[in-house]
Design a protein around this ligand. Structure first.
Ligand code: ADP
Ligand code: MG
Ligand code: ZN
Length: 615
């Protein structure tokens, strides 16, 4: 099918460095500070909170990028409290909404939510209240499905707006808008209708996870106008990162790690399949840990029970799929262990982000094996990987299995693999680069495995390879993803390469002699150093997105004409125990016949079990 790429142009303004928003002279400043103390019990504002509130209360569209636990809720709950009218909040999960409303009601802030699951009479009652001139509610929560499917709600909002009572529209977890993100929710894409219908109502979009491409996607899909962006560093200095080779003794290693470093402390172990969760939990119980499992197919009562035990510290360790985590607000999670490979760097960052919210030192350990990569890849291609609780099953069939989304998912996975196989660069740097953030690895201060290795490095001049990679990007027309460029460079003869006749190019196979991980490091480095740029493309036909590599002419020119060299550090001893296979294509038979069977449990036969999204 034709894939017509179109470059997205988005207008926005950086707000983070604008002193204007830090001012304490806004008409509402006194009220703001008083209510922050009195109602919310906070002594002060956290970074960016005051600024965001001032910008949204000034009537601007605002996009907020703030790490998990940073305090995003306050930035709309406080304005909701002191502005006349009602704030509409779109949030992806009913359980999240209920949790928020419970907290609001405890603070005596009248809030409610509308859901299709409610008794009709109950809905009627809320609608009647919204219609009244003395409506008591300050916040109304709904899920995106409700906006997409309920005409009653839209009419109600129109009526509120006509009476000048629609104060603000808040889109929480805004990254769900983007297919490029790890939690794509089709119904979020329909939220653009809100800006169309209510062009004068300020929109506040919040997320903890957005790469440059996700951000552009969100701003465009929501139709935000001249929006102001607030962002802060995603570095979490109190988290210690490491990647450890996964062997048959992995569970012993985990047991030992916890006993030595975090005994009787609280942690999460993320597993790939439901069966893995149960096996890992059982094993840890045998080793004397207070562990339980949590995944999409245990019933809601049991789920609630496990969560409660966990929050009361009757259980320390939860072995879970990614279904566990959204809205988990435990401040003293001391470790997050990944028993298998996460599906994307964004997902990984988010999952690790659940550790150490109280700012105390916490560990993030990832057990990596190449065979897990094959396993995850298989699950992704079959559409059977456990999703975070957002993704309703039917959408997964319609959307997630379409070719381009599959490609995106595979690309995300490959990046995760290259993160794991990199045993040189700072883990923080590798993660933050993914969020478009520059990070000086000197600031890591040996808090990641790669930075703390006592290892000698040799500097290698890779200018020649770098030049060829840049030339190859040009030669193929600047329209392919980094994984494709790497395949051509290393001489792959797969279908896609042949389809585009890339096997006939002079540079096809020019990097044959390089290990996959080495070639990929060099390519990544070229992006980090701005010789190459990664750009989002959107297909007009399907509305889906992917990223392509482009050449940054001005910088690349110096490289090509020999005015600039590229030097990279490599470990000086050739490490033969390295996990990387020389090629991503598995050898015959290495699909681990039989071992894939646990994932069969994850067929999305009853995906609706995951969440009560049937609004
Ligand atoms: P996010 O949505 O960004 O993940 P939340 O809004 O859930 O974060 O806030 C995380 C925690 O931080 C909550 O327990 C909240 O009460 C607390 N918090 C938020 N703002 C402040 C503040 N200014 N002072 C103290 N605690 C705060
Ligand atoms: Mg939040
Ligand atoms: Zn580091």
């Amino acid at each position: 099918e034709p894939f017509i790429p179109k470059i997205i142009k988005v207008n926005y303004i950086e707000g983070s460095n604008d002193q204007k928003w830090s001012s304490r002279d806004f008409p509402w400043t006194k009220k703001l500070e008083a209510n922050n103390k009195k109602v919310f019990g906070n002594h002060s504002f956290r970074p960016n909170q005051r600024e965001i509130i001032n910008a949204t209360m000034s009537g601007h569209d605002v996009f907020v990028l703030m790490p998990t636990g940073g305090g995003k809720s306050l930035t709309y709950q406080l304005p909701a409290l002191i502005c006349p009218g009602i704030t509409l909040v779109i949030s992806p999960l009913v359980s999240l909404i209920q949790d928020q409303i419970m907290h609001l009601l405890q603070a005596n802030i009248p809030a409610t939510f509308l859901s299709g699951n409610m008794e009709w009479t109950e809905q009627q009652e809320i609608l009647r209240e919204l219609n009244s001139d003395y409506c008591k509610y300050k916040l109304l929560y709904v899920t995106p499905e409700k906006v997409a499917k309920s005409d009653v709600l839209l009419r109600q909002l129109e009526s509120l707006n006509a009476r000048e009572l629609l104060a603000r529209i808040v889109i929480d977890e805004a990254h769900c808008v983007s297919q490029w993100g790890h939690d794509f929710r089709p119904d979020y894409q329909g939220l653009g209708i809100l800006k169309q219908k209510f062009p004068n109502t300020p929109v506040l979009a919040l997320t903890a996870t957005a790469t440059a491409s996700v951000k552009e996607d969100v701003v465009q899909a929501l139709g935000l106008v001249n929006c102001i962006i607030f962002r802060q560093s995603f570095n979490r200095p109190n988290l210690w990162f490491s990647v450890i080779p996964k062997t048959k003794k992995c569970l012993d290693d985990i047991d030992k790690f916890i006993k030595e470093n975090h005994f009787d402390e609280c942690g999460i172990i993320y597993c790939l399949s439901r069966m893995d969760c149960e096996k890992v939990a059982e094993r840890l119980q045998e080793c004397g840990h207070k562990a339980a499992f949590y995944h999409g197919s245990i019933d809601p009562a049991q789920r609630a029970f496990v969560q409660k035990q966990w929050s009361k510290d009757e259980i320390n360790i939860i072995c879970a799929t990614v279904a566990f985590g959204m809205g988990i607000n435990k401040p003293d999670v001391r470790f997050v262990i990944h028993h298998s490979l996460p599906k994307s760097i964004e997902g990984y960052h988010q999952e690790c982000g659940r550790a150490g919210r109280d700012g105390q030192r916490s560990s993030c350990v990832l057990y990596y094996s190449y065979s897990d990569f094959i396993r995850v890849k298989h699950m992704i291609s079959q559409g059977v990987a456990e999703q975070s609780p957002f993704t309703p099953g039917h959408n997964r069939f319609n959307v997630a299995n379409s070719g381009r989304v599959l490609e995106t998912n595979t690309e995300n996975l490959l990046r995760m693999v290259s993160y794991c196989e990199n045993d040189v660069d700072c883990r923080r740097l590798l993660q933050l680069v993914h969020f478009g953030e520059k990070f000086d690895s000197a600031h890591c201060k040996k808090t990641c495995d790669n930075c703390s290795k006592i290892k000698s490095f040799i500097e290698k001049d890779v200018t020649d390879t770098a030049k060829k990679l840049v030339e190859l990007v040009k030669l193929t027309g600047q329209q392919f993803s980094s994984s494709h460029i790497l395949e051509v460079f290393r001489g792959s003869l797969n279908q896609f390469v042949k389809k585009h006749r890339h096997e006939t190019l002079s540079l096809h196979g020019a990097g044959k002699h390089l290990a996959k991980s080495e070639a990929s490091r060099i390519l990544r480095h070229l992006v980090i150093e701005d010789f190459l740029m990664e750009e989002v493309k959107k297909s007009d036909v399907y509305g889906s997105v992917s990223s392509v590599l482009k050449v940054n002419q001005s910088k690349a020119h110096n490289l090509i004409i020999g005015r600039q060299n590229v030097v990279l550090r490599f470990p000086s001893a050739i490490n033969s125990t390295k996990l990387s296979k020389s090629d991503v294509t598995p050898a015959k038979g290495s699909l681990m016949s039989g071992k894939l069977s646990p994932s069969r449990n994850d067929t999305p036969s009853q995906p609706q079990n995951e969440v009560d999204l049937n609004l």
